[in-house]
Design a protein around this ligand. Structure first.
Ligand code: AHG
Ligand code: MN
Ligand code: MN
Length: 344
């Protein structure tokens, strides 16, 4: 963790972070700075979504079988265009694309980038906070024969446990636009001054408060949950805890990170194609698990496994997610285990 004063720009913060590692060549710095440019571009698009006729549905479905919003497509293309020739990534994985996305020939790089270009799509047309989530790994595929700028990335570069992430974060397009990320040295939040186009350090070394203030779960799915999950949610509701559910994972996560809370997206029987729950491991659960762990919390699935230790087998695989205050999340997984005879 480097101790910088509030107000330092995110680019300066990233450069100073790099100074901590004399062996660093600046590729991660470059990658994060390219992402920041993409974030500013998306922020401009999101802020005028209501005017520029980019609301509504594109009429297409994505690999998840979900309706693609125009803004999903626009933000997805913004990030892909920005990153395909930056020279820092060997391939990309997007929620909106079935296969991994190659970068331009000769521009392959040291890292992979997995991202949810726009999280909370159902909230786009109703002007509720949405976000972008990203996860960065070091590539595992390389070649001794040729320089890796000519070696494209492959699926194996993405099928790594969250524990191996190099960096992860999100941009939240809310009452203000914030970039929150970690490189494994704490979690910091930077707020965009749109009149200047700069992100300034506004939340230093974020730690999730000790007290769990909020329960965040879509109770509309209650009837589809396993019995032990129904029992757990009924149990936690007997505590002195408020319920908040925005329906944008990034916004629900950010509120809990700042104020304390537990978020659950359980597996459910509603949709046979989503038996493992709705959220995706590589570009939703794992990056947020890295962040919450760095902020003193934890992320688990409903079988007592730490999200950061799950070994992915498919790039779009889903996982049940329980994330937030450590004590609360561990109690939840303990409760689910003790009541597991009720499962399935
Ligand atoms: P996305 O818009 O990227 O598909 O993600 C939506 C996710 C997540 O943001 C949120 O927590 C969840 O969908 C809400 O799902 P429900 O409406 O089923 O609660
Ligand atoms: Mn999402
Ligand atoms: Mn999305």
């Amino acid at each position: 963790m480097i101790d910088k004063p509030l107000g330092v720009t995110v680019s300066r913060y990233i450069m100073d972070l790099q100074q901590m590692f004399p062996e660093a060549k600046g590729d991660l710095t470059g990658l994060l700075n390219e992402l920041i440019v993409a974030a500013k571009t998306i922020n401009a698009e999101v802020n005028k979504a209501g005017l520029a006729d980019i609301l509504g549905q594109s009429g297409k479905k994505n690999v998840q079988g979900e309706e693609v919003q125009n803004l999903d497509e626009l933000t997805n293309n913004t990030i892909k265009k920005r990153m395909e020739s930056c020279g820092y990534v060997c391939a990309m994985l997007s929620e909106e694309d079935e296969d991994i996305i190659p970068v331009r020939d000769g521009y392959s790089g040291k890292y992979t980038l997995a991202f949810d270009p726009l999280d909370g799509s159902s909230n786009i047309d109703v002007n509720v906070s949405i976000g972008t989530i990203f996860s960065i790994h070091k590539r595992v595929s390389s070649s001794t024969e040729t320089p890796y700028c000519n070696v494209p990335g492959s699926q194996e570069d993405f099928l790594q446990p969250g524990r191996k992430q190099v960096a992860a974060g999100y941009i939240l397009y809310g009452s203000s636009t914030m970039m929150v990320f970690t490189t494994g040295h704490g979690v910091n939040g930077f707020t965009l001054d749109p009149s200047v186009g700069e992100f300034y350090l506004s939340h230093k070394d974020i730690k999730i408060p000790k007290l769990c203030k909020y329960l965040s779960v879509n109770e509309g799915n209650h009837r589809y949950w396993n019995e032990n999950m129904k029992e757990y949610v009924d149990y936690i509701k007997d505590k002195n805890i408020s319920s908040r559910y925005i329906g944008s994972l990034v916004a629900d996560f950010h509120r809990n990170l700042i104020s304390g809370g537990i978020f659950l997206y359980p597996r459910d029987k509603k949709d046979p194609t989503k038996k493992e729950g709705k959220l995706r491991l590589l570009y939703e659960a794992a990056p947020l698990a890295f962040l919450i762990e760095q902020a003193g919390g934890v992320a688990m699935n409903d079988e007592g496994e730490n999200i950061m230790d799950l070994i992915p087998t498919k790039v779009h695989q889903r996982t049940p997610l329980i994330i937030g205050n450590k004590a609360e999340v561990l109690e939840a997984t303990e409760f689910l285990k003790e009541h597991s005879s009720l499962t399935r």
